[in-house]
Design a binder for this molecule. Structure first.
Ligand code: AP5
Length: 218
């Protein structure tokens, strides 16, 4: 299954993709994480992506698309994957459809995690991530058992530089301007499922699991 997880910054895409990956065995592919890992390794694409991420705008389509299409061609994605944060533009959505079609595959479902704008900024400014495995925590709603340490791997927790309030505002407007058309794109293909992202993390997972089991109406 090829599943897309859509949602504004802070909607809980990474949190849910992580849980669904453990539940389904499908690998989670997230361009934001791939860019941050590339930057840690000091690669050209990581350095190129950094200035866009720091500014809270999308990395150009060619860079993001090439990186994701290369990643999903790897053997661990041969039975499918969870795409967290890709596509974010119509250009990316069409390129993904075309690449999958060439392999005789297609997107099965796109799940849109809906959260009102007023909640998103609070989630992002209170977020902490594991530097080793990228698991997200929140200082109020999902704190780690030991402050500063990842429950899963013991890695050190850090705050992302683009989670500052002023950058968050820009990221949210980019989402509503550039990614909203992608939601319509999957709705028109009858592949879109909406889940209420305001529920607790476990309730959102339950909604997503049940939505993914539903047959789609054509
Ligand atoms: P990326 O890393 O993908 O960031 P994002 O989309 O802005 O999403 P986030 O990771 O900030 O949020 P999330 O929805 O995963 O929420 P999370 O689960 O962490 O992208 C970063 C940058 O990379 C972009 O700005 C762009 O520059 C570039 N980029 C990425 N993809 C690209 C693409 N396709 N094309 C071009 N450029 C691209 O949760 C947030 C917080 O809320 C956490 O603290 C969590 O614990 C908490 N939380 C989660 N669920 C709940 C809940 N149900 N209730 C209460 N709290 C919750």
């Amino acid at each position: 299954m090829y599943i897309i997880i859509l949602g504004a910054p802070g909607a809980g895409k990474g949190t849910q993709a992580d849980i669904l990956s453990q539940e389904t065995g499908l690998p989670r592919i997230a361009p934001g994480d791939l860019f941050r890992q590339a930057l840690e390794r000091g690669t050209e694409s990581g350095l190129a992506a950094k200035r866009y991420m720091d500014a809270g705008v999308l990395v150009p389509d060619e860079i993001a698309t090439e990186m994701i299409l290369e990643r999903i061609a790897e053997p661990d994605c041969s039975s499918g994957c969870l795409l967290d944060g890709f596509p974010r533009t119509l250009h990316q959505a069409r390129a993904l459809d075309q690449a999958l079609e060439e392999r005789g595959e297609s997107i099965d479902k796109a799940v849109y995690i809906e959260v009102p704008s007023e909640d998103l900024a609070k989630r992002l400014t209170g977020r902490w991530l594991c530097r080793s495995c990228q698991t997200p925590y929140h200082e109020a709603s999902f704190p780690p058992k030991t402050p500063g340490k990842c429950d899963k791997c013991g890695g050190a927790l850090y705050q992302r530089s683009d989670d500052r309030e002023e950058t968050v505002r820009g990221r949210l407007s980019v989402f509503f301007a550039q990614t909203a058309p992608v939601i319509d794109y999957y709705e028109q293909q009858h592949k879109l499922l909406r889940v209420n992202g305001r529920l607790s993390i476990h309730e959102v997972t339950a909604e997503m699991m049940s939505a993914l089991k539903q047959p789609m109406s054509s």
